[in-house]
Design a protein around this ligand. Structure first.
Ligand code: ATP
Length: 798
């Protein structure tokens, strides 16, 4: 939710339609806001949500009230997936409780006026800007950036070719496109077998299957009502599509060629002057690039949301470039593989690490009938080409984007990648790749279509917009809560456990600099104890637990003290596999400690509980990716099953600020973080570690003796050598209260551990800050001596 918009929201003056109660949308009346609020409890919420996802950016989607925002980008994406402005306005009006304000209509019309009119097309290794509107091409050529990029003599005009304007049903073969692995594919097979019995779906095989369609007869009045609503909704878009198909008479397309090196500048410029270019690939009519014999295995069935996301990509019979956003663990890999099986041309898959490269290759072999020799990998260790004229290469962004000197074999492989046209480029974890690296990749590789996959389209450096012209618009974004409710991902209970600092640790915390401060927070004896208690509690419940720590020193200290295995960047691959194997199959190994090497690319469906003891500043993406490790829990469909995600936070420290910031993305997806202020029974736990003051002081001594580099968190990346998230200043000259002033509001409620599983409720009280300050006065003798020694040394150094 946007704080800036809050005060202006006065809906009392809205002129409501007589039947407003049955309509789910509120359109903000404030003059410069394009916020739409949806009642998640409406009987037609599902359809309304599908529509809103197509036209607007989701801002926040908790259980009952969802918030979306119309932006030029979201409208660009809407136009790209085939909606036209009048459809958008009409459906919006139909779903809204009050008439759509004129300013919103103007915004939609103005933002989309020039959308969908020009395309970037790759033909025989040359790039063309194509349009059915010669005036627009003339206008573009008058632009400095675009005009300069034109290749003289490359202009063409093609007659008798029907240009598929967005929203039209003019693609002659549209109805033929069937995405493999879908219900539609099965239906198409059935229709072939019984042509006279079936009518088929109105909008072709690539359209999402409607759960309320005629194939599922309604069982009661509520279902019948829902079906009527759904039909009504479908009818609006359907009618308009037919209308437009009749009126679409653009038969001639004109184009001019542009230099390959200037593509990005041209795309960016077109975006700036409100003519965003569509990138579509008419792969079935591409006779120049050979077909790849690839299909999904007959046992592979893609899930409804996977089908829906793909229908946005292939909705008009061509492959549109863009981004699909699905929650962690929801099966993005299979979406990518299905897209490759639909396009059936040479395919390049780019991932963030060599571990992911091997996983992608293995998944291709598992889900599709691709031959082993047709899929090769390009990593530091392997540089093989596929056999034959067409195939798949899986590599990393850094291998392809590398600008340094290459080995002979690597250069040979690069020449191979650069010399050919790729039908399809799959971009995994698309949000983490720095724009500069993307640029290098996309200028080297000539691709007809691109699909970016991600779970978290957020970056702390706000560079997400660049993906719009580098890859394409967001085509689909799934709702995490919906997928959890349907059992595709696990339901998770999230909690923040507040661990008070011991007085000695807090005193040092107040005196030390930022780096040491973070170590004091993570090594806080009360956090150690909370971690021990939670591991014990969950192991007894039969859970498998992953403890995450970004800080490697902390990771080792905890795991050694608690006698559990650990994995970080320095642990050899073989040892890692051995530990992961034990975790999966050995009933004695129920807890492992993982550094950030486990944030992504580790598929452990056995894990049901996560405990986070230290994290990388305020990264919302990392928090979501970590949660993703348990969303794929095998046991997610067991009755009443919950996975657990705990963040251990040292109370009254900077960790609380970062924790709130990290949670924001998940809160916007509808997760609520409960606050546990006391773990009942912890202090009475037998063999509780760091129980005595002496033990705690000894621990403190060892932390203070550590060098500042022990506090580093950024050096443990394996394979992915960048970190996109901005580090928020931890400068300790600013007080914590200054930082707390900026905390985004997250949904928090206080509970005990039992209450988290629905048992009871507990309130909490916060210790006030002035009380904390008094603690700093009375320092332990040991540290007074250490301070005196430090001061002496500083004086000597002058
Ligand atoms: N249609 C399907 N049928 C059966 N299993 C599926 C299907 N889709 C996905 N899965 C399984 O779900 C799990 C998660 O899939 P995958 O690893 O592709 O998720 P992801 O979205 O890439 O996650 P992350 O973002 O965390 O990397 C895998 O074990 C995969 O085999």
């Amino acid at each position: 939710m946007d704080d800036d918009e809050q005060p202006e929201r006065d809906y009392t003056q809205l002129e409501l339609k007589p039947d407003h109660a049955s309509r789910p949308l509120w359109i903000s009346p404030s003059p410069d806001s394009y916020i739409i609020t949806m009642e998640g409890f409406s009987p037609i919420a599902e359809q309304a949500q599908d529509f809103l996802i197509a036209i607007a950016e989701p801002v926040s989607r908790p259980a009952f009230i969802h918030e979306y925002r119309l932006t030029p980008y979201s409208l660009y994406a809407a136009v790209s997936v085939g909606l036209n402005p009048s459809d958008i306005i009409e459906v919006l009006n139909r779903l809204s409780k009050s008439p759509v304000p004129e300013r919103v209509i103007d915004f939609i019309v103005n933002s989309t006026r020039s959308f969908g009119k020009i395309k970037l097309v790759l033909k025989q290794n040359k790039y063309f800007v194509e349009s059915a509107y010669p005036d627009i091409l003339r206008e573009l050529l008058q632009d400095d950036v675009i005009g300069k990029a034109r290749v003289r003599g490359g202009d063409t005009t093609q007659g008798n070719r029907r240009l598929e304007i967005l929203g039209s049903t003019s693609a002659p073969t549209r109805g033929d496109l069937v995405i493999p692995g879908t219900e539609s594919a099965a239906r198409a097979r059935q229709q072939q077998q019984q042509p006279q019995q079936q009518n088929g779906t109105a909008s072709g095989g690539a359209q999402p299957s409607n759960p309320n369609s005629a194939t599922n007869p309604p069982t009661n009045a509520a279902d019948a009502q829902r079906e009527t609503d759904a039909d009504l909704f479908d009818a609006i878009i359907g009618v308009d599509e037919t209308d437009e198909a009749g009126g679409d008479d653009e038969d001639v397309v004109h184009s001019f060629e542009i230099e390959e090196a200037a593509i990005e500048d041209v795309k960016k410029r077109c975006q700036e002057i409100q003519y965003p270019m569509l990138e579509e690939y008419d792969f079935r009519n591409d006779t120049l690039n050979p077909d790849l014999d690839i299909d999904l295995r007959p046992i592979t069935h893609i899930r409804p949301y996977q089908e829906k996301s793909l229908s946005k990509m292939f909705g008009n019979g061509r492959a549109r470039s863009g981004i699909i956003v699905l929650p962690c663990g929801a099966g993005k890999t299979l979406v990518g593989i299905t897209a490759a099986c639909t396009i059936k041309k040479s395919c390049l898959v780019l991932c963030t690490s060599s571990v992911s490269v091997m996983q992608w290759r293995q998944q291709f072999l598992q889900w599709s009938n691709i031959q082993d020799s047709q899929i090769s990998v390009f990593t530091a260790e392997n540089k093989a080409k596929f056999a034959g004229p067409v195939g798949i290469v899986v590599s990393t962004y850094s291998m392809v984007a590398n600008t340094g000197k290459r080995s002979h074999s690597s250069q040979k492989m690069m020449n191979f990648l650069e010399s050919r046209e790729w039908g399809f480029v799959l971009l995994d974890e698309v949000h983490v790749v720095p724009a500069a690296m993307f640029r290098r990749v996309l200028t080297k590789i000539k691709a007809h279509s691109k699909l970016g996959l991600t779970a978290t389209l957020v970056r702390e450096d706000e560079k997400i917009d660049e993906l719009n012209f580098l890859v394409g618009p967001k085509l689909y974004e799934a709702n995490w809560m919906d997928l959890a409710a349907k059992g595709h991902i696990a339901t998770v209970q999230c909690a923040e456990v507040w661990c008070p600092m011991t007085p000695e640790f807090y005193r040092e915390y107040l005196r030390e600099k930022a780096r040491k401060r973070s170590l004091l927070c993570t090594m806080n004896p009360n956090k150690f104890q909370a971690c021990q208690f939670l591991i014990d509690y969950h192991e007894k419940r039969g859970d498998k637990i992953i403890v995450f720590s970004d800080n490697v020193h902390t990771l080792e200290a905890y795991s050694k003290k608690l006698k559990k295995p650990f994995i970080h960047g320095q642990i050899p691959q073989q040892e890692r596999m051995r530990i992961l194997n034990h975790f999966q199959h050995n009933p004695i190994v129920n807890t492992i400690f993982l550094s950030k090497v486990g944030d992504t690319s580790i598929d452990l469906p056995e894990a049901t509980c996560l405990i986070q003891i230290s994290s990388h500043f305020g990264s919302r993406r990392q928090e979501a990716q970590r949660l993703g490790r348990i969303l794929r829990a095998k046991r997610r469909n067991d009755e009443g099953f919950n996975a657990f995600f705990y963040s251990l936070v040292s109370k009254d420290t900077v960790e609380m600020y970062y924790s709130t910031k990290r949670q924001q993305f998940l809160v916007d997806q509808g997760y609520s973080f409960k606050v546990i202020t006391e773990l009942q029974g912890m202090k009475e736990m037998p063999e509780l570690i760091f129980k005595t003051r002496e033990e705690q002081i000894e621990l403190l001594g060892s932390v203070l003796m550590l060098g500042d580099d022990a506090a580093d968190v950024g050096t443990d990346l394996m394979g992915s050598e960048w970190s996109d998230d901005v580090r928020f200043s931890t400068n300790n000259s600013g007080s914590d209260s200054k930082m707390f002033g900026n905390i985004p509001k997250a949904a928090r409620s206080a509970v005990s551990l039992n209450a988290l599983s629905g048992a009871e409720h507990m309130s909490y009280s916060e210790r006030n800050r002035s009380q904390n300050k008094t603690l700093s006065k009375d320092r332990h003798l040991l540290f007074r001596k250490k301070d005196a020694a430090k001061a002496r040394m500083a004086k000597e150094r002058g």
